[in-house]
Write a protein that binds this ligand. Structure first.
Ligand SMILES: Cc1ncc(COP(=O)(O)O)c(C=O)c1O
Length: 386
């Protein structure tokens, strides 16, 4: 099976469209476009000593996540890949569709039977009750469709799984702005919760994540992942970013403001094109649409130096396939939040300055979008006149 493709591959887009990597506005991921900034120096010991787990990293993470049963990992991706090895008895696994495809890929690779459920299914508990799978995977909020579960809904799924010694895996890569719905503080042998510093902190290159699970599963994961998997520099920077509570508050607010602004803009801009129905998380905004429209939008935006993400669902069958030909997903564009709104953000001066310095990006995104929609409307008008 070939490796899966993901967003954020600017070098690939540069080669494909002949535009230098530095000249792209990358909206193809759900990564915070205003990352936590490291402006210090890496102490020499981080490079000169073997990177054993840092007690400072663990105590800071325990405060940030409100949970002590943590294992630091090189991104949540490493845990997704290791799940079939640490749960070797699992044969039947329920996975959301659409969802972060790495989940299905690794279970399938191990020969497990996958039952995909529609990511926006309102009846997931009934489905779980009927199927009694060995593992249920929930991505909360879900990438790419933005479906969010409340904590009590997931607790009831955990209770169902616990009745037959099944497991619930909750991928919370995008949950930092909705901590009230996280299950990370629950202490259950049947639960694994995955967290990432790649999205909210905007630091995917650091390769740091955490998993909360039983001591037995942690020990298994440690052997699969191996020693010294997170570099000393990454552990040092992760500790600083997890401790920066002022930044957490300002950033949460800025993400919410950006998401609301961009959702309102997209809904307004695409209002005349009835195939769109945008849903937002605090990290990205997406909509189902036809395959033809998704392809046209992707190519148009690329011609303007804007990279978006499209998902092609052709060939997907059954109840997960209906009305789901394709999807477009926009990461948040910086530069649009105005100073009146920025003042709410704990008076964070550097964040203001960086937002104001990116106004051109927002304007470029807005005018490119408006132009495409206008052109669609005029093409339709010409067509109807004929
Ligand atoms: C839902 C979800 N989970 C996990 C990951 C992996 O992220 P990381 O390994 O950087 O923590 C991604 C990456 O896009 C994702 O979308």
């Amino acid at each position: 099976m070939a490796a899966l493709k993901h967003g954020g591959n600017i070098n690939e887009a540069a080669a494909l469209f002949g535009r230098p990597a530095s000249a792209w506005l990358d909206l193809s991921t759900g990564i915070n476009p205003s990352p936590w900034q490291f402006d210090g120096c890496i102490p020499a010991y981080c490079l000169e000593q073997l990177p054993y787990p840092s007690p400072a990293l663990y105590s800071t993470a325990a405060r940030y996540y409100g949970c002590r049963r943590l294992l630091a990992t090189p991104g949540s991706q490493s845990v997704i890949q290791a799940l079939p090895s640490i749960l070797p008895e699992a044969r039947r696994v329920m996975i959301p569709w659409p969802g972060y495809e790495e989940h299905g890929w690794h279970w399938q690779h191990k020969g497990c039977q996958i039952e995909y459920y529609p990511a926006d299914a309102e009846d997931l508990p009934e489905r779980v009750k009927r199927s009694r799978p060995d593992v249920v995977v929930v991505i909360n909020p879900n990438n790419p469709d933005g479906k969010c579960f409340h904590r009590d809904e997931l607790q009831s799924i955990l209770a169902l799984q616990a009745q037959h010694d099944g497991f619930l895996v909750v991928d919370e890569a995008f949950i930092d702005t909705r901590p009230q719905d996280s299950l990370i503080d629950l202490d259950s042998t049947q639960l694994l919760v995955l967290r990432s510093l790649g999205k909210f902190f905007g630091l995917p290159g650091l390769r740091v994540g955490f998993v909360s699970c039983s001591e037995m599963l942690k020990a298994k994961l440690e052997t699969v992942i191996g020693p010294w998997a997170i570099s000393g520099a990454s552990q040092y920077i992760a500790t600083k970013s997890l401790a920066d509570t002022d930044w957490h508050k300002s950033s949460l607010r800025l993400l919410q403001l950006r998401s609301a602004l961009q959702l309102a803009f997209l809904q307004d801009a695409f209002a005349g094109l009835d195939e769109f129905d945008f849903k937002a998380t605090d990290f990205f905004i997406s909509s189902y649409c036809s395959q033809k429209t998704a392809k046209a939008l992707y190519e148009y935006y690329a011609s303007q130096g804007i990279l978006i993400r499209v998902f092609d669902f052709s060939g997907v069958e059954g109840d997960i396939g209906t009305r789901r030909e394709a999807m477009v997903r926009f990461g948040l564009c910086p530069g649009g939040v105005e100073s009146g709104n920025q003042r709410e953000m704990s008076n964070d001066q550097p964040m203001y300055k960086r937002e104001n310095a990116q106004v051109e990006k927002w304007q470029h995104f807005k005018s490119a979008t408006d132009y495409w929609v206008k052109r669609q409307a005029s093409d339709r008008f010409q067509y109807e006149k004929k």
